[in-house]
Design a protein around this ligand. Structure first.
Ligand SMILES: Cc1cn([C@H]2C[C@H](O)[C@@H](COP(=O)(O)OP(=O)(O)O[C@H]3O[C@@H](C)C(=O)[C@@H](O)[C@H]3O)O2)c(=O)[nH]c1=O
Length: 181
């Protein structure tokens, strides 16, 4: 497993070794011992899977304490542009974001720590899979509107398909009025 650090502390990309032969391929998508040796959370408690047609954008989502979630994300089929925004109020990189081009053919993953807003846009019809360090809690759901003017994220596509629920998300300044952007 190759590990690529990003400019944001705790946010990393993981690129597993993919073994290919005449039957197809094999790779380890999660290994508790390896995660422990990398200092990453080992106790994932919920696995999720979603399918998105090309052009769907989901995000930017997070859960508030005490239900904050770390997420280990990847695609099973297709390709997405994945975005993680640092929303940890005390972080020197608050408001900064990182993009990961997650591709089923490469099998790369991102580990997104607690305290990040997360979203992705499907660049192809894509099955998205992720492990979470905390369970779903509807009352704890929050997020930032995908086209927030301060974040100014380059999603790489025009007119994404966004749910009504996500279109109601607030801006960064509304959700974090006391943190300088
Ligand atoms: C996230 C989630 C949703 N649901 C339900 C609620 C709702 O009826 C339905 C669809 O939920 P959503 O529209 O919130 O699904 P979605 O927009 O795919 O939400 C996900 O987006 C990505 C970007 C993330 O980072 C995830 O943590 C999660 O927030 O599934 C659960 O039962 N458990 C869960 O863990």
């Amino acid at each position: 497993m190759q590990v690529r650090e990003t400019a944001i502390s705790g946010l990393i990309e993981l690129i597993p070794r993919v073994f290919e032969d005449e039957r197809g391929y094999f790779f380890e998508s999660y290994n508790k011992v390896l995660f422990s040796s990398l200092g990453l959370p080992m106790d994932f408690v919920q696995d999720n899977q979603s399918f998105s047609v090309k052009g769907v954008l989901r995000g930017l989502h997070m859960q508030k304490e005490p239900f904050a979630q770390g997420k280990l994300v990847r695609v099973i089929t297709g390709q997405v542009l994945d975005i993680a925004v640092d929303l940890r109020p005390d972080s020197p990189t608050f408001g900064q974001y990182e993009t990961f081009l997650l591709d089923a053919k490469i099998a790369n993953m991102a580990y997104i720590p607690e305290g990040f807003g997360h979203g992705f846009v499907a660049l192809e019809d894509s099955v998205f899979s992720y492990k979470c360090t905390n369970v779903y809690n509807k009352a704890s759901e929050t997020g930032i509107i995908w086209n927030d003017p301060d974040l100014n994220i380059d999603w790489g596509i025009n007119d994404p398909i966004v749910s009504d629920k996500d279109m109601e998300l607030k801006t960064l300044r509304d959700v974090f009025p006391h943190v300088a952007v």
